[in-house]
Design a protein around this ligand. Structure first.
Ligand SMILES: CC(C)(COP(=O)(O)OP(=O)(O)OC[C@H]1O[C@@H](n2cnc3c(N)ncnc32)[C@H](O)[C@@H]1OP(=O)(O)O)[C@@H](O)C(=O)NCCC(=O)NCCS
Length: 379
């Protein structure tokens, strides 16, 4: 949870809320107790909790003691409902809270102990917390997370939250700087609805023994910046400022994840021996349905060995197979003979010329060649 900043707002006096416990299958959501402080202190040493929430960092024992006491006061103030999520042995697995209960709608927050992750604990517990909020008349529940917290977004969508967009400078950080948040809302009718599969999933890395094609990761920032900045790659695009490693990391954890989660572009890294050497994307416009546009680039050090042909071929097969597309498109600058040859090796057929379509880094604009591919072209 990323708390909305309330500076300057007039405080609202709310009715106290009687602390309640809720069941979520085998899990119990119960009010925090003073003797939970040791567990909270241990769990809040986790780097992901320190990175993605506003808990103090470093997190001393006193912070945990203050937290469990404060939660009792928050129930009494009618502003925040805060639960320990425990298993059948009463071991603390997670935290779930609803803040801003005195306002138009509450905001959901959660963390899970590292050893309890991967079992849907926060989704199950959050679902029951949201149900409780709706039973009390909340019209919706808000979820906010730092841009980049994909695990949190995945939990929210499991519960039924629908992505709304980015909120600029929504997240205040410990050092005072602010960053954007992802925002999503849960409406009562979506709570028990089916979870729609993500557009590009299930997805497992594509491999053929020589190359691997996998999702880009934030930790690839250096390789991503090097690829984008390489003159022989950048020359085939409009001039853009050099991509810093910091900006590359922001793109990988932000826009790339949004594009993936929303089914706009599947952006994939080409790896040889676990070293990133290139990029392949499948852009999937909502219209015309069933079509995708492939794009690719490769570091010059990896060229001339068939790496791009193998990698883009794997993505082509995934696009027609797992993704179920019926037509692929590729656009190539008229002067980019290597790229044109790659398209033709993969079976693409030249379909037309788009006049004055392809900008180059030197400011000139050239014709673009369009290539199309249907699964039947390959048989
Ligand atoms: C977010 C958090 C609560 C999720 O824990 P959890 O409920 O056990 O959830 P899971 O570990 O099952 O992960 C949920 C999903 O995220 C995915 N995921 C997990 N870690 C991930 C990561 N580092 N990057 C991308 N996806 C990740 C899982 O594969 C799973 O995907 P799926 O639902 O599509 O199968 C936990 O990671 C956490 O406590 N993080 C730190 C605190 C935090 O970020 N709180 C939310 C603040 S807004």
């Amino acid at each position: 949870m990323r708390r909305r900043i309330r500076d300057g707002r007039v405080p609202v006096v709310a009715d106290p809320i009687e602390p309640v416990s809720l069941r979520a299958g085998e899990l119990l959501l119960r009010p925090w107790r003073p003797d939970d402080a040791a567990a909270v202190h241990r769990i809040c040493q986790d780097p992901d909790i320190l990175r993605w929430t506003t808990v103090p960092s470093p997190y001393p024992p006193e912070a945990a003691e203050a937290f469990v006491v404060a939660t009792a006061e928050q129930w009494a103030s009618g502003v925040t409902a805060s639960w320990a999520v425990v298993d059948t042995a009463d071991a603390v697995l997670a935290s779930v809270s609803l803040s801003d209960l005195d306002r138009g709608y509450p905001e959901l927050g959660f963390w899970v102990a590292p050893e309890a992750r991967g079992r849907g604990v926060s989704a199950a517990a959050s679902r029951e917390a949201c149900r409780w909020a709706f039973d009390r008349g909340a019209p919706k529940v808000l979820w906010l997370a730092d841009v980049g917290n994909e695990a949190s977004w995945r939990v929210a969508r499991q519960v039924g939250f629908a992505y709304e967009g980015r909120r600029f400078a929504e997240c205040g950080h410990r050092d005072g700087h602010r960053t954007d948040a992802w925002a999503a809302s849960l409406l009562p009718g979506a709570l028990d609805g089916p979870v729609v599969p993500l557009p590009y999933e299930p997805f497992t890395p594509l491999q053929d023994g020589e190359v691997t094609v996998r999702r880009w990761r934030e930790t690839d920032a250096e390789a991503y910046a090097a690829l984008q900045n390489e003159p022989s790659v950048a020359r085939w695009d409009a001039a853009t400022p050099e991509l810093t490693i910091e900006a590359a990391a922001a793109r990988l954890r932000g826009a790339h994840v949004e594009d993936w989660m929303l089914g706009r572009v599947a952006r994939l890294a080409i790896c040889v021996d676990e070293v990133v050497v290139g990029d392949v994307q499948v852009r999937t416009p909502s219209y015309p349905p069933g079509t995708g546009e492939l794009g690719w680039s490769l570091r010059s050090t990896a060229r001339g060995r068939g790496v791009a042909t193998r990698a883009v071929g794997l993505v082509r097969d995934w696009a027609f197979g797992g993704l179920g597309l019926r037509r692929l498109l590729a656009g190539v600058d008229v002067g980019n003979t290597r790229s044109r040859a790659l398209a033709e090796r993969l079976g693409f057929r030249h379909e037309g010329v788009h006049r004055s379509e392809a900008p180059r880094v030197d400011g000139t604009v050239h014709d673009g060649l369009s290539f199309g591919l249907l699964p039947t072209d390959l048989s």
